[in-house]
Design a protein around this ligand. Sequence first.
Ligand code: SF4
Ligand code: F3S
Length: 107
Amino acid sequence: MAFVVTDNCIRCKHTDCVEVCPVDCFYEGPNFLVINPDECIDCALCEPECPAEAIFEEDDVPAGQENFVELNAELSEIWPNITEKKDAPEDAEEWDGVENKLQYLER
Ligand code: SF4
Ligand code: F3S
């Protein structure tokens, strides 16, 4: 079991989540973060830290976003590790809550 970053992180990318992860298992793409499911220890610390409420336990991923489970596994093998918070995109607030942002994912 692992935690999963889902749709609402795309173009929001606040990165508060990375600061609390005890095993540094977040990986960063251009406008999205993912969790490596093999490294996540299921501690749940990151979930309440996300201002965009984009992190869910694997079994609680919102309906229609199940594909993010596989997407986190796939992209965490490709993207670089991130362990320190950085500034969110300037328009992060405008994108918070916009649905179906997967079409904007940059790899
Ligand atoms: Fe890291 Fe814990 Fe979140 Fe997994 S649940 S990504 S180990 S903070
Ligand atoms: Fe994304 Fe939330 Fe982390 S927006 S970068 S999952 S704090």
